[in-house]
Design a protein around this ligand. Sequence first.
Ligand code: HEM
Length: 413
Amino acid sequence: MKFHVDGIPTCPVDLANAATFADGPPHQLFAELREHVPVAWNPPGVDADGFWCLTRFDDIVPVNKDWQRFSSARKGSFLTEGGILPKEFTSLIFNMMDPPVHDRHRGLVQTAFTPKAINEREQDIRRTINLLIDDVIERGECDVVRDLAIELPLIVTANMLGAPVEDRKKLFAWANVLSDTTAPREEKLAVMGQVSSYLPQLIASRRQQPTEDLLSRLLHAELNGERLSEVEVMAHFVQLMLGGSETTRNAYAGGLLALLEYPEQMQRLRDEPALIPNAVEEILRWVTPIHHQARTATCDLQIGDMSIAENDKVVMWYAAANRDPAQNPDPGRFDVARVKPKHLTFGMGLHVCVGNQLARLELRVALEETLRRLTKIELSGPATRKPSNCFNWMLSVPIRFEPGPREGVTERI
Ligand code: HEM
């Protein structure tokens, strides 16, 4: 492959093109970029303007830490401006903000995301995954994505936010349209209209009668005497519903797929369940549910030998950094017992994922229960993906299994 054009280190394949991700992240290409052109220019294509690609872990860390010179607000934090939401809504989403505005929003949301509040979710997560397993266990087969992985984070987040049970179907349908990178803009705008007319009623009822849920906490959260406005609370409701759904879904489905592709690793977890928290970290590294995050240079600057111009987009390929051999020896080996898997799956610095502890908890509990209740799991057909430059998106992971212990869970969602 040719890695230089007119003397400029260049990515030989368009990384903005979803087709490049048809078989999953292009790990061979990432390895070559890391080795030959760790700071490479991706020329403009059909899907995005030109952008710089960073593929080494050690080049990404300083960019992530330096929000003054690498902005999330100027052109958003995805390759394509706006990312998954229509552009007009992104100014309300705090992963597309810079300080000091970002810090105010994050600080207020963080007050409702305490370790105690997260740990209190464990029982609900366990109950939810067991109810989902109850629905498929007699069949001896299911689709991990459709039957388990889509539902789990949506239900867990909706429960945490305090969305009424009778509204769940429409909330999930909205979340699915908004997080679909291929859904038409008009459809997304229509959904945002519906969300905007739905949420004020729910907010009004929580103002009158606060409960223990996250929505009430967001409404009453206070930082330096300030509270969030109604529009801001609505934006955070949507951000939290979306932030936790696609990502956790693909980590769970992709993680189970990895365990099926490396059955000796699945067996190791069955034999040593104490390894599950470590397996979660290896799965997060291996799957990297969000391939990239982007920043925009706020001034002319240098990364390594390369001159980056103000307003150039710099894309941090987390999927590549997570397999950087400088951080994880033999990175192409999936190993649930890997010593301290190092990954940037949740980002780092100012924008590090607010929900990372919740996601880790969901994945741990989901794995514990899946392995406990389903035995002799094997793939019953090909796993399929939806190519995306943004999400490591699983469409289907069909499995067959033998039922393990029956659960006496009868209370329905
Ligand atoms: C495996 C699951 C998850 C992954 C891989 C993931 C990944 C990420 C990444 C990479 C970022 C950093 C964005 C940046 O650098 O600009 C981020 C931010 C964020 N995530 Fe997550 N996330 C996950 C689960 C969740 C959950 C469960 C929630 C909440 C319910 C959540 C809410 C957020 C929010 C609100 C931000 C913005 C933080 C900020 O800009 O300060 N995420 N996530």
